[in-house]
Design a protein around this ligand. Structure first.
Ligand code: HMG
Length: 391
């Protein structure tokens, strides 16, 4: 197989939480004019994990339909990208490997760089598949986004997992070789090991994101990438969906194009449908944007899509994918709509109680209440060990 053979996303499935908090409920609690949430940041609601859900249960729920469809015989690597890690040593993907009954002849690792992690996982997976096209790599992005209660970041929380099967001759999107990279040491958003919630300088983080758009686009051009006009749509990392609009306007300006509102809507509009109701799913977010785009666009056959992946701290990558003929037959549109529609609304008090939950670090038995109706649950802690159950 030559270096130019097609490798990319063969299947994509996502999962989100049991509960959902509407931004109306948040606005009513904190006295914010709802227009700030609906229009100012472009968010309608956010996914809230049940007491017995975490990044592992979300990840397993996202990946299970992929394993059911394709089997696991060719999967020799699982890369689990997250910034809401549950253990400093053991990779969360090993619990998923066990819950899904994957083969023991498999390497499983965890990868972190804020919201950029899943893109690194995708690129590393492509390298592995190019080395041996018979193998497939299961890439999982799973995160629970958590800021302090009553902080400006609170309205930009969310949670979801995306699972992608990366293979040769992919059925959905071929990922192209040219890639634009950008790293800068900035303290826009971070989470020290002793905190369960992220620290953020909101306005600084938006500026850092826009700088990274410039940097990664500049490098993409220098690496022989496509020109801006060639793209049918752009999937941006979406901590809140308005950020995608800000980023695209910035890119158009930077590249010397007009910033026509309708053009921006055409380039971004179909990518925000899932993120606007799920909230920030951190490293899964850019791939939720892809799912929304593929599920909604009329026909993207052979059209290039631009991806801008940003992770605070910061690392960004601009890359491109081309949509494969026949992709519509391989979409999971109904299932995607169902995982969003099945969430149960939680009121503000219920959300606050879930947000404040934590486990004593005493090594005792701490079962979780049975709340999730999903296929996997986090049953609790015992002897400092996490216990998971498949239904
Ligand atoms: P804030 O202080 O709550 O809001 O911060 P604001 O005052 O900046 O207002 C937000 C927008 O609402 C403004 O529009 C207002 O004009 C508008 P803009 O000037 O931006 O175009 N507005 C209204 N619009 C209509 N009707 C109204 C109204 N009122 C105001 N009535 C912020 C907002 C997003 C900064 C905050 O929520 C936050 O800190 N969030 C967390 C950080 C974040 O998401 N940063 C994004 C870039 S960094 C990133 O993407 C990485 C990240 O995902 C982490 C990772 O990589 O791991 C976060």
């Amino acid at each position: 197989m030559s270096n130019n053979s097609a490798v990319g996303i063969h299947d994509l499935s996502f999962a989100t939480t049991e509960f959902v908090l509407s931004h109306e409920a948040l606005a009513e609690y904190n006295g914010t004019e709802i227009g700030k949430y609906h229009i100012g940041i472009g968010q309608r609601s956010m996914s809230v994990p049940a007491a017995d859900e975490d990044i592992v249960t979300l990840a397993a729920a996202a990946a299970a339909p992929i394993i059911a469809k394709h089997g696991n015989e060719r999967i020799r690597t699982v890369v689990f990208a997250t910034e809401s890690s549950i253990d400093q040593a053991k990779a969360a993907g090993i619990y998923v490997h066990s819950l899904l009954g994957l083969q023991s002849a498999c390497r499983v690792v965890e990868l972190k760089q804020a919201c950029y992690g899943a893109t690194a996982a995708l690129q590393f997976a492509i390298g592995l598949v190019k080395r041996d096209p018979d193998q497939q790599v299961l890439v999982i992005a799973s995160d629970v986004s958590k800021y302090d209660l009553d902080s400006p970041g609170e309205s930009t929380q969310g949670a979801a997992a995306v699972a992608m099967l990366v293979s040769a001759d992919p059925a959905l999107v071929r990922i192209e070789n040219a890639s634009g990279l950008f790293t800068a040491d900035v303290m826009d958003f971070w989470r020290p090991n002793y905190r369960s919630t992220a620290l953020v300088d909101g306005q600084e983080s938006v500026q850092a994101y826009l700088q990274a758009v410039e940097g990664s686009w500049k490098d993409y051009g220098e690496q022989g990438g496509r020109t801006l006009e060639q793209f049918a749509a752009f999937c941006y990392h979406q901590p809140f969906t308005k950020m995608a609009y800000k980023a695209h306007r910035h890119l158009l300006n930077y590249a010397g194009f007009d910033t026509d509102k309708d053009d921006i809507e055409r380039a971004i509009g179909q990518t925000v449908a899932y993120n606007t109701v799920v909230g920030n799913s951190y490293t899964a977010s850019v791939y939720l944007a892809l799912a929304a785009l593929l599920d909604q666009a009329d026909d993207l056959t052979d059209r290039p899509i631009g991806f801008l992946s940003y992770g605070s701290g910061s690392v960004a990558e601009f890359f491109a994918g081309t949509v494969v003929p026949g992709y519509q037959q391989h979409l999971r549109t109904e299932a995607n709509l169902e995982v969003i529609a099945r969430r149960k609304p939680v009121d503000y008090a219920g959300y606050r109680e879930l947000h404040e939950r934590s486990f004593p670090a005493d090594g005792g038995d701490h079962p979780t209440p049975a709340q999730t109706t999903g296929p996997f649950r986090f049953a609790g802690l015992s002897g400092h060990k996490r216990l998971y159950q498949a239904r």
